[in-house]
Design a protein around this ligand. Structure first.
Ligand code: FE2
Length: 168
């Protein structure tokens, strides 16, 4: 006798005051933010390892501060996606699909090219956060708005500090 199809366990229903379709849309855009943050985290760690030249000590140390900040930032983003009832992406394959940021180049660039790549990366994530903000506002999702506001602030500030190094 054919086995009856296994019954799917019912998803616990979630009623936090955000309609299901809006929760799904918010989880989707937060997944993109997570993927981009993780991608820039990894590029920054890569540059921490591979930077060379006269600025070695300054950049090696500065990159460590930046990747540590992003490493800490991915957790609250992922856990917000879970609190909204969705699976948090956490694989390189998923991140590559979701992120608009490229991976670090295979051959380590010169020190100041690294600074430029990172400055552009932080600007790109600030743009992503700003672009997705209306979707979060539309769902009246204050905790996600709080995360986004903090991310914009830090990415814009970090982009400024990196750009400042490129000036004479
Ligand atoms: Fe290190």
């Amino acid at each position: 006798m054919a086995k009856a199809a296994a019954k799917k366990p019912d998803m616990p229903s979630i009623n936090i005051g955000i309609p299901d379709a809006k929760r799904a849309a918010i989880a989707q855009v937060l997944s993109r933010l997570l993927a981009e943050t993780y991608t820039l985290y990894l590029t920054t760690h890569n540059f921490h390892w591979n930077v060379t030249g006269k600025m070695f000590n300054t950049l090696h140390t500065m990159f460590m501060g930046q990747y540590t900040e992003m490493w800490n930032a991915v957790d609250p983003i992922a856990e917000r996606i879970r609190a909204l009832g969705f699976h948090a992406p956490g694989s390189y394959a998923e991140f590559a699909k979701l992120s608009t940021l490229k991976d670090a180049p295979a051959k380590p660039p010169k020190a100041m090219e690294m600074v430029e790549i990172l400055a552009k990366g932080h600007e790109a994530i600030a743009r992503t956060a700003r672009e997705i903000f209306p979707i979060i506002e539309d769902g009246d999702d204050q905790p996600s708005a709080d995360i986004l506001t903090q991310r914009m602030d830090i990415h814009e500030k970090t982009a400024w500090m990196l750009r400042a190094m490129l000036e004479d």
